[in-house]
Design a protein around this ligand. Sequence first.
Ligand SMILES: [Fe+2]
Length: 401
Amino acid sequence: MSLDQVLNDEERLARLDLDQLKQLVGLVEHDDSADPFPVSGWDALVWVVGNALQTAHFLQSAFGMELVAYSGPETGNRDHHAYVLRSGAARFVVQGAYDPDSPLADHHRRHGDGIADIALAVPDVDRCVAHARAQGATVLEEPHDLTDEHGTVRRAAIATYGDTRHGLVDRSRYSGPYVPGFVARTSSFVPRPGRPRRLFQAVDHVVGNVELGAMDAWVDFYNRVMGFTNMAEFVGADIATDYSALMSKVVANGNHRVKFPLNEPALGRKRSQIDEYLDFYRGPGAQHVALATNDILATVDAMRAEGVEFLATPDSYYEDPELRARIGEVRVPIEELQARGILVDRDEDGYLLQIFTRPTGDRPTVFFELIERHGSLGFGKGNFKALFEAIEREQARRGNF
Ligand SMILES: [Fe+2]
């Protein structure tokens, strides 16, 4: 298989190569011709927010994203504003209601800021929908064409956990800035001098929080409906603290571009962080988005300079002799990680560096992770306990613990 067949348009445009993607997101070569529901990668994370104008500004200033397209009243969309932003191969769409009667206003009233559509790039929308329907999935949008002078996008959508959907998008016959109805738009925003050109290159994984007892049913959904395979399994004491706990399993598409860890609360002495999410999001939803970076130190420094707040990691984490022995040599001195609160984990394949932001909206719901992989295809299992203790300290400060 040639490089051209392995890389998608977004990755080629972002000048990413196969070796970088293997490193960044654990991409593996996979022939999807026999898959019943072939998925080639991410299309977009589509958000509903309370103020799309300001969220688009935040994503440019704090996350280094680039504004590329827009839809709103000026383009004939009397319902909402939508801004499309890019960083490397990653695409975010942020939507905010313009019409007080917009369904997006109801969505936001219920859920707050969050991801409504985890849209996936698929080579054959109709085949995916036929298979999904045969497997009992709920089809929210039948396959349909969206056409303008730039060509045609074929799209459908199926339901997943809560009010979240998976848009299924084939843009192979389209050359416009996003989809019909959007116009190209750039921004006058100028990044701070010296900032890296890009703060992240791709989306690595999106985590879903589901109700107690529902995780295995959703793992089965992704196995059966979408042909995803199980990557890793974290259960019980691995991720329990003294007070609260969760269960987590991970499913991935054939080439591992798309990875979905699924969490459910587990019983602890106090309320799980997953329960807090479910209460404030009013049901299951996307908990965090992991952004792949090739220089997590520079990215954290740049984001912090713009006011992004990260979870604090206790000094005891770095001073623990067991941790030091377990992680061995990494590319920078541990003191550099400690100064920034970056976590490190190692498994049989290599290591990874990661850090988590605080929730980025008003509710204690969705947040971001930055991840720099060096061979490890894991998700930071060894950090779960240290991380959750840090999360619980914050949960207690909000009075929800
Ligand atoms: Fe994660």
